[in-house]
Design a protein around this ligand. Structure first.
Ligand SMILES: *Cc1c(COP(=O)(O)O)cnc(C)c1O
Length: 409
């Protein structure tokens, strides 16, 4: 039998049925029209997560939401009242952010391969561009001149280090992201000299780390690097985006990042800031840490079958909505997410079963050979940690299946 990932805190059962914010998932499915699969996002959990993080972090640190984790419009509207800014990574996300009523001045735009139309749309609106290369800087300056706007420009720095233990390294060595640290001072002088609205640095070393000490160490290195580059460039640093990196537990044995300890270390850094950073505004940008654990994916069992003595529970959902849970989104070894039978929540495990999706590929597996209470056709399966990189990061068009429903409660 293989273990399952840890179910995030805050979920309960009533009459054996999983509840989210006190509502039975069966009622939530009925409310949303009766169909599965359905993503449910808990507004209460989102609010609590941001509030806890704020309490843990020094006041000087602004908190930004990286919306690629979950761009569901009602969730964006809720988040816009909770966080200080948004990080987007495409012109499409800019459109979604504006439609959700976000203030463009609170948006920064990172990501390689920004097309001229995207740069123009961002500059028109006063969005900060986190420039990924010298070439992108020149294109932005030219477009700004043509449309008669002062562009708000920051440099994304490719740091000389990565975030240890991070699932996705975004810095250290050759990378498509950011400008290599040693070339940053020259580019900063060029941007300031061109008369742009100079915004500072964006330094993102990695994602999905659960190692509190590694996150603390990386933030300290990031601040040191920002100070060194600003000094070398001889420019001020109005803003410094420290990146993110705080992960969430998905797999057996994973434990949460100790946010209060990260906050205490950052407060100490802020107390001994070098002069060049004395006036700098700092932020972190987080995706999954803010929204991942607040989401649950609900799918219904449509078949129960036995093959060579093994039990398969076949659902109406799958990797087309849950690429990450199926193990096909940036994982080397497939391990089980937190998954449960939502209509027998909390019941003892009585058998070993694999929960699979409805796609005709062996990759479509939501849980592999794990212990579950006996479940049958009609029972509901809950995949936890579904609030980030679920609906929008999965190939919903695959096999003509189409998107899942989503609801924010
Ligand atoms: C993806 C991304 C994030 C968010 O990563 P999480 O692991 O979801 O926190 C933040 N910043 C940038 C630049 C990103 O590309």
């Amino acid at each position: 039998m293989k273990p399952l990932g840890p179910i995030p805190a805050g979920f309960a059962a009533r009459d054996g049925v999983l509840t989210i914010d006190g509502a039975k998932v069966t009622e939530l499915i009925a409310q949303s029209g009766g169909a599965t699969p359905l993503f449910v996002y808990s507004g209460a959990m989102l609010r609590a997560r941001v509030a806890d993080l704020r309490a843990a972090m020094p006041d000087r640190l602004a908190i930004h939401y990286a919306m690629k984790a979950n761009p569901f419009a009602p969730l964006l509207r809720l988040m816009s009242g909770l966080v200080d800014g948004f990080d987007i990574a495409s012109g499409g996300e800019l459109g979604m952010a504006l439609e959700a009523g976000l203030d463009p001045e609170r948006i920064s735009f990172a990501g390689p391969g920004k097309r001229d139309m995207e740069l123009q749309a961002a500059i028109m609106r006063g969005v900060t561009l986190n420039l990924e290369s010298e070439g992108e800087a020149e294109r932005a300056l030219k477009i700004a001149e043509r449309i008669g706007k002062t562009p708000r420009l920051a440099i994304r720095v490719n740091p000389d280090f990565g975030l240890a233990g991070s699932g996705m390294k975004m810095g250290g060595g050759a990378k498509p992201f950011g400008v290599d640290a040693e070339r940053v001072p020259e580019l900063a002088r060029r941007i300031v000299g061109a008369g742009a609205d100079w915004r500072g640095f964006h330094i993102f070393a990695g994602s999905q780390s659960l190692y509190t000490d590694a996150i603390i160490e990386t933030q300290a290195q990031t601040i040191k690097l920002a100070a060194r580059l600003a000094e070398e460039a001889g420019v001020g640093l109005p803003h410094c985006n420290l990146g993110g990196g705080m992960g969430i537990p998905y797999f057996p044995g994973d434990t949460s990042v100790d946010a209060p300890r990260v906050g205490e270390a950052l407060a100490r850094e802020f107390e001994q800031m070098p002069d060049v950073l004395a006036e700098t505004q700092f932020c972190i940008e987080l995706g999954r840490y803010l929204v991942g654990e607040a989401g649950v994916y609900l799918t219904r069992i449509v078949d129960r079958k036995i093959s060579h003595g093994e039990v398969y529970l076949v659902t109406d959902g799958g990797l087309h909505h849950q690429l990450a849970a199926s193990g096909n989104f940036g994982t080397v070894v497939r391990r089980n997410y937190p998954v449960a039978i939502a209509t027998k929540f909390g019941a003892e495990s009585g058998e070993e079963a694999s929960i699979v999706g409805c796609l005709c590929t062996p990759l479509d597996r939501l849980a592999d050979k794990a212990g579950f209470p006996h479940a049958d056709v009609g029972d509901l399966v809950a995949v936890f940690c579904a609030g980030a990189y679920g609906a929008s990061a999965s190939p919903s068009a695959f096999l003509g299946q189409g998107p899942a429903r989503e609801m924010l409660i």
